[in-house]
Design a protein around this ligand. Sequence first.
Ligand code: BGC
Length: 522
Amino acid sequence: MPAVGGIPAGGVPGREYPGKLTPFVTVTCIIAAMGGLIFGYDNGITGGVTTMDPFLKKFFPSVHGNKHENSSTNKYCRYNSEKLTMFTSSLYLAALLSSIVASTVTRKFGRKLSMLFGGVLFCAGAILNGFAQAVWMLIVGRMLLGFGIGFANQSVPLYLSEMAPYKFRGALNIGFQLSITVGILIAEVLNYFFAKIKGGLGWRLSLGGAMVPALIITVGSLVLPDTPNSMIERGKHDVAKKKLIRIRGVEDVEEEFSDLVAASETSKLVEHPWRNLLQRKYRPHLSMAILIPFFQQLTGINVIMFYAPVLFNTIGFGSDASLMSSVITGIVNVGATLVSIYGVDKWGRRFLFLEGGIQMLICQGVVTAAIAAKFGVDGNPGELPKWYAIVVVLFICIYVAGFAWSWGPLGWLVPSEIFPLEIRSAAQSVNVSVNMIFTFIIAQAYLEMLCHMKFGSFLFFAFFVLVMTIFVYFFLPETKNIPIEEMGRVWKTHWYWSRFVSNDEYPNVQMGMAAMEGLKNM
Ligand code: BGC
């Protein structure tokens, strides 16, 4: 998902541009929220649907058979089916492919058209899924949704950060992540209720429900104006200025407008953004563009987001309790994201990353021990006591909270604020692609991993959480309260990354450091 609310286009932070919270901006927020909602909804809906009996019976009868077999078969493997995981994971592969095309469409034809494409693809995907009669319809439907996500997630965050007055950009950034978590929660709550409907209607309503935000995005993209930045990019300077006056609700937009034009000129000068990214001085940025999304997915969060009901069912909860438990984790996910919005500029990114990492690690240890104690390696738990269910759900919730105030929002916020303009779009594409590739791999491989690695599959993710926490401690500089155009300094003053930044960049940082050295030696 590109730059969730994040590419800071259209303004130099640190400068005061006049502007009000006009109806345009308000509508922008609503549309942006829909973009996040639909992504979250598609993330959260499959887990519950794949535990619904009528759905399994119709499309995956062998999984349905395993689920209801009372014999002593290994419980870890009851959902292991490649076709079933394909239903979840195909979306991310399609999103990866379409985000590559979408970046060109967004640049050449504007954000609006990209959003319209996204909306139409969403509608088609939701209809195909809701009326599915065969597995291929499910998978093609998920792929259409994925293509839509590629378009919407490329254009909505860009649209958002270009329309928003700069003062609201940071809040809107995590606001997008918040709406993803709300989308996941809505999906989980609907699954809980729709699962109670007898016959096949329940899962059809769950999957077809994606139509509601899809229609809002489609209609929204038809009535919304294009952003001034996008018009300037396509050479329409006069219309762009008039639009900016309307959007900001004030006449005095001269300074912002000339900065927008300057930013557009600068980005046109960059002929080879990809080759640029490979230069030595961008090594810190490229490393972060790859490692941050990689680590975010290797926390294992999507095992919970995609497969919580399956997982709870596997480890002995009834169907109803499984769906309810995933609603509980969904509520915690939303709540903890709010904590992040509150604290990110107060406590800083590093504190949240480190605290969240340690919290997730402890929980992964406890959950592994609880499951190992009851299921062992043969996957036969016998009678499960109540304390066991409480411990598992409690620690999974504490784990989700740890993610939701650290790697969840920061995994998108930090990359969006560290890339300088000349490499921003290329670095952001790397970030999004790496995220989608690992989301796909985990969605596709997890049920197989659970079957073979058993409770050890949790330790696999715990290992990575340990590595990423150590990585943050040593390698991630604090970016709190640093204007984007000054961001180069954080690398220059870093014990490791400074070696990649040449001395003639940020000369005053050099002088400051020399003065400090001088003082120390006195
Ligand atoms: C991640 C998603 C995840 C979601 C959970 C996002 O930041 O990118 O993969 O499903 O958080 O809330």
